[in-house]
Write a protein that binds this ligand. Structure first.
Ligand SMILES: Cc1cc2nc3c(=O)[nH]c(=O)nc-3n(C[C@H](O)[C@H](O)[C@H](O)COP(=O)(O)OP(=O)(O)OC[C@H]3O[C@@H](n4cnc5c(N)ncnc54)[C@H](O)[C@@H]3O)c2cc1C
Length: 308
């Protein structure tokens, strides 16, 4: 119920204008967002790298209003790739396809993504594609499949709560690509998605088993397991040991500001861990999805307000 409420609010322009000006909301958001500038984000990535942790940088933004905005976003991603190379930090980039024009059609979005991939290729980096609401799932897969024909340095996120994901995942395993599996942060109807936490968790576990199957590993498929759920993390560790999958053959991913204790633990145990580091001024919808996942985060905001 609360989850649906926050997801609905994430699309409200009036609420956005209020929240981005509201001091306690801004300070609570800072827990999840590296900062509004790239310099702040690079400092966070440097700190992670110094502790043996990888990163993926997300220049926040989604659903641009014009083709020109999409092209501008693409140029910013190209600059970001160049900056990562110049700074010598260990970080991929993560992109939402609606930030680079998916609303203007798959062909347009593919053209824009090609430019980003040319730069990624020249600096030897990987581009990760976030997965958005289900209205974009098929288009995102189409764009991903067409890019995969030309570039190997690309990873797509898939959501465990969607019924269709097993079939999508099987196709990507056969292509020996890489997938970031997450539970899913958007509100979806019960006709296409599991709603109960236990069902979503069970689906994540099944898909994770598939990603770590002998067939997947033989095909050169690279699993990225994006969750803070310790039961699923422990399960992945057990599966990797049971199937003799080396710690360099898969990775865990977590969000900046979430479960730092587990981040520390996984890094200390020698697992590959990548932290999703968002930055920029367009943090409102991202922040609202973090509140939707854990309404208890509101307490931080209440504390910040009381302590003002
Ligand atoms: C690296 C990464 C990339 C992602 N990319 C996408 C994407 O492309 N598309 C998409 O739809 N979703 C994405 N997500 C979000 C994901 O779908 C979930 O909404 C989110 O990760 C919460 O699910 P969970 O697996 O951590 O499990 P949960 O069962 O929700 O949480 C497990 C535990 O983690 C902690 N936790 C989880 N979320 C929060 C939070 N917001 N604040 C504080 N503590 C929290 C709590 O301790 C909780 O008990 C991504 C997540 C990660 C980690």
């Amino acid at each position: 119920m609360l989850r649906r409420f926050f997801i609905a609010l994430s699309q409200s322009e009036t609420m956005r204008r209020f929240v981005i000006q509201f001091g306690p909301a801004r300070s609570t958001a800072r827990r999840f967002i590296a900062g509004e500038t790239l310099d702040e984000a690079i400092a966070v990535v440097r700190d992670l790298n110094s502790r043996g942790i990888l990163a993926t940088l997300d220049h926040l933004g989604e659903n641009v209003a014009s083709r020109e905005d999409a092209r501008r976003a693409a140029r910013e991603y190209q600059e970001l790739l160049q900056r990562i190379a110049d700074e010598g930090v260990q970080s991929t980039i993560s992109i939402k396809l609606t930030h680079v024009g998916l609303d203007f059609g798959e062909d347009f979005c593919c053209d824009v993504m090609q430019e980003i991939f040319q730069t990624a290729k020249s600096v030897g980096n990987t581009v990760e594609i976030d997965i958005e609401g289900s209205e974009y799932t098929q288009d995102s897969l189409n764009v991903f499949h067409s890019l995969l024909g030309e570039y190997q340095n690309v990873r797509l996120a898939l959501k465990a709560y969607l019924f269709r994901t097993e079939e999508d995942l099987r196709g990507l395993i056969e292509r020996g690509s890489s997938v970031r599996l997450c539970k899913g942060a958007y509100e979806e109807p019960p006709s296409i998605a599991w709603k109960e936490k236990a069902e979503v968790d069970a689906s994540f576990a099944r898909l994770m088993d598939l990603m770590m199957s002998e067939r997947a590993i033989q095909k050169g498929f690279y699993p990225a397991l994006a969750t803070h759920d310790h039961a699923l993390i422990l399960r992945a560790e057990r599966e990797a040991t049971r199937r003799s999958i080396g710690k360099d053959r898969f990775e865990f991913q977590m969000l900046h500001g979430v479960r730092r204790d587990w981040q520390q633990r996984l890094a200390a145990d020698g697992y590959r861990l990548r932290i999703y580091v968002p930055y920029g001024t367009q943090w409102y919808p991202y922040f609202m999805r973090r509140l939707a996942e854990r309404p208890a985060n509101l307490l931080f905001m209440a504390r910040a307000y009381v302590g003002k």
